[in-house]
Design a protein around this ligand. Structure first.
Ligand SMILES: [Zn+2]
Length: 266
């Protein structure tokens, strides 16, 4: 059979096979529109209004050829429905808290919220988060973090090493983020972060970073549920924005300008 799939290393199982286009986040979680992807240099060269030039248009939405067909199909049927349900519920909540309008994009403030997600499969949700983060990073990331790869390959497997922490936040945009693992310094300590931020959520993982980088939204304990176990989960979550390429930076435009002004006068 003719195939136009490029061959490469699957980010989950590590096999060299024709790779399928993996939507990150799933297409069913609002990732079904053409998207303009910018890199750090495009962002650094933005104008005063924050407009960027350059960028690459991805007609199918956010994603890339990252997974073999088996890994794509398995994770798609095992984990995606849970994430889609939570993203749909999450967007309804987010739209009530922070309507997606120009005023909020400019001067909305970071908030916290306590939200209940009723009757979800926490383990399946976390496994899809790991699947997306494996896709967002290069294939070597799965090889150097084999416990993350086996965690999604075996749908029943529970528990993850303590070095991995996961945070779920409400995320209004307007810019999305897909950032591979990199070290960041927040003025107090270093942390290794990788993030996918796409409304309504930011999915953030830290590795070997004992200081929690966010005050709320830790979902690492989702790893301890069983595959078929349902729960209603109450979560305290950060509610914020995306204006910089820094994972976990949820400041609004107004916050960023205020920080810049105070830095200038110090
Ligand atoms: Zn695979």
């Amino acid at each position: 059979m003719a195939t136009n799939r490029p061959e490469g290393i699957c980010h989950i199982c590590g096999s060299t096979l024709p790779l399928t286009y993996e939507h990150v986040p799933p297409r069913s979680a609002f990732n079904d529109e053409p998207a303009d992807i910018f890199n750090y240099m495009d962002w650094a060269a933005r104008d005063e209004e924050g407009n960027m030039s350059g960028g690459i248009r991805q007609q199918r939405g956010w994603g890339a050829h990252t997974l073999c067909e088996d890994c794509n199909n398995r994770t798609g049927s095992w984990y995606v429905p849970t994430l889609t349900r939570m993203a749909r519920a999450g967007l309804c909540v987010l739209d009530q808290m922070i309507p997606d309008d120009e005023a909020n994009r400019r001067s909305g403030v970071i908030q916290g919220a306590t939200v209940e997600f009723a009757d979800i499969h926490p383990l399946r949700f976390l496994k899809q988060v790991v699947t997306m983060l494996l896709s967002a990073n290069g294939p070597a990331f799965g090889t150097s973090n084999p416990k993350l790869a086996t965690f999604v390959l075996d749908r029943e497997q529970q528990g993850l090493p303590e070095r991995y922490d996961f945070f779920l936040s409400f995320f209004r945009g307007p810019l999305g983020r897909m950032i591979g693992l990199s070290p960041f310094y927040d003025g107090r300590s270093w942390s290794n972060r990788t993030e996918i931020a796409f409304p309504p959520f930011s999915y953030l993982m830290t590795i070997d970073s004992p200081n929690a980088i966010l005050p709320a939204g830790n979902i690492s304990h989702f790893a301890n549920y069983a595959y078929d176990e349902m729960a209603s989960i109450q979560l305290n979550m950060v509610v914020g924005f995306g204006h910089t390429p820094i994972p976990g930076d949820f400041r609004s435009m107004a916050d960023i300008e205020a920080d810049r002004d105070s830095a200038e006068y110090e």
